[in-house]
Ligand binder design. Sequence first.
Ligand SMILES: NC(=O)c1ccc[n+]([C@@H]2O[C@H](COP(=O)([O-])OP(=O)(O)OC[C@H]3O[C@@H](n4cnc5c(N)ncnc54)[C@H](O)[C@@H]3O)[C@@H](O)[C@H]2O)c1
Length: 439
Amino acid sequence: MKISVIGMGYAGAVTSACLAELGHYVTGYDIDHRRINSLNSFKPQIFEPGLEKLIEKNCEIKRLKFQHVDDSDLDLGEITIITVGTPSDPNGSPNLEYIWKSVEWATEHLQQNSILLMRSTVQPGTGDLISTRFCENKNINYISCPEFLKEGEAVSDFFTPDRIIIGGNNSDAIEKVVDLHSGISSPIIKTKIIAAEMIKFASNAFLATKISFINEMANFCEAWGADVDDVKEGLGLDHRIGKSFLNAGVGFGGSCLPKETRAFTSLASNYGIKSNLLESVLEVNEYQSQIPFRIIKDVFADMNNVKVGILGMSFKPNTDDIRESPSIKIAQTLSKLGCQVSCFDPVSNQKSEEKLGSTVKFETSIENLTTNKNIILLMTPWEIILNSNWHQIFESMIEPKILFDGRNSLDPAIMKNIGFNYIGVGRGISSSHLDHLSW
Ligand SMILES: NC(=O)c1ccc[n+]([C@@H]2O[C@H](COP(=O)([O-])OP(=O)(O)OC[C@H]3O[C@@H](n4cnc5c(N)ncnc54)[C@H](O)[C@@H]3O)[C@@H](O)[C@H]2O)c1
């Protein structure tokens, strides 16, 4: 099939390359010339394992190309997929500015009987509105087919999704979108447009809830002396609960979970609903992201003299995405309070520097980052960070040599043995460390 994809960010670049890999002829469009140029030279501006190779291979066999929306030779093909951003407004409600512009542009150029497929995450009700306002009078079929990829594993997720959700009003259009996915053997759920939109929002809100739940349990574990990792094991083996998304830590970030959970809470009042549960999920998440601040406040008499090294800036490993990353939030808090903050990330130093400016220092190696620091905050468990020489790091630090493991990804016994004042999240051993520390 001939396909066009509008919006070449994380979701769009992966969708375009993977659809080309399935055998379709794909053109990716964007309003940003730099993005288009870098994609056409096989160097996407985003870091996603496996993506670069897939782009190069499919461009070379002429199944994939990238164009600016203002180019003259437009042919959007049988299906146009929207993957533009849907950020939050300051009050938390979804900002659909990019959606309206891209839909307007696409429906102006689409042929009759073609399909407009929404892969961006839009609030329930948006699809029916787009369908009546932009599609019906032009005989264009609207389909909601939400994106569920996980950054860092997006390419493999595309080919082996847990499910494919196709929401639409026209059965021929739905079957065509089923064909678009041929080659992928995953369950396909066909629904109304609004149900497809709701499934996407509810999935993210549930995952956010699971993370905040285990984080709240971790705080109890901390107080009562249990290790939350043992609790996770016992909880997760109950198949009604499951182990995934039960890792305690400094909370969730990224472009999806915070945004969609916030959207529910901010939209609730429009419908006379009180979203008590999801408001608490966000509150717990905010509280978790400030754990390092509370540790530093408890241990050090004067924030101004504290030398802090932050290891990992992206919201999780294997991506350069720093949107709503707990590392960014804590770097901002600590530098405002006068701490001397340095940061390191294997791929997102530059993006983080653009966001944080000169308030913090950036280091290009783990060794430089950890040298002469009172406290190290391990915020993102990149392999390269976990496999560091921890003996050397210990030697390079200055007292009280605190290692805060914000993702519980190191072995506390080994770290304590090296000599660190190790603090995890809900590992039941941290409070005793804090008791004897005062700097
Ligand atoms: N990033 C993820 O992991 C992920 C996962 C699931 C769903 N989603 C959803 O996918 C959507 C896109 O997210 P993203 O992270 O890829 O966003 P992004 O901000 O990385 O990329 C959006 C792209 O759209 C382009 N754009 C904006 N307006 C345009 C227009 N009128 N025409 C053409 N291009 C335009 C921008 O220049 C940018 O390149 C969002 O709704 C998001 O919630 C993202």
